[in-house]
Design a protein around this ligand. Structure first.
Ligand code: TYC
Length: 102
């Protein structure tokens, strides 16, 4: 008694969903004091730029106030910002590095 009641069926939809990660730009800001060569070194050391690409980015920032170093997932972008800020502080330069959602 009480067994073999009406059966209930549930339709389960399987979505083939591959989510793209949110992406973040890492940017450096211009200032009047950080040496140009130091900024080029930062771009080579932390963003794998060659001397020519690093110099282009540095000059863009020098003339326009801000520029993109790269685009990364959240954790990588956060790590880059921390690495650059720690390195700049260690060398007593006021270089600023920030991230923004794309
Ligand atoms: N404006 C700096 C100078 O004239 C150079 C510089 C470039 C500093 C880019 C910061 O993100 C920067 N020495």
């Amino acid at each position: 008694p009480g067994t073999n009641g009406p059966s209930t069926s549930v339709i389960t939809k399987v979505k083939p969903k591959t989510k793209r990660p949110n992406l973040y730009r890492v940017l450096i800001l211009n200032d009047d004091y950080t040496p140009m060569e130091f900024v080029v070194h930062v771009l080579e050391k932390f963003f794998q730029k060659d001397a020519e690409a690093a110099t282009k980015i540095m000059l863009h920032v020098h003339h326009h106030g801000i520029g993109e170093c790269g685009v990364f997932t959240y954790e990588i972008a956060e790590t880059k910002v921390t690495q650059v800020m720690d390195f700049a502080r260690k060398h007593q330069h006021p270089l600023q590095c920030v991230m923004e959602k794309k």
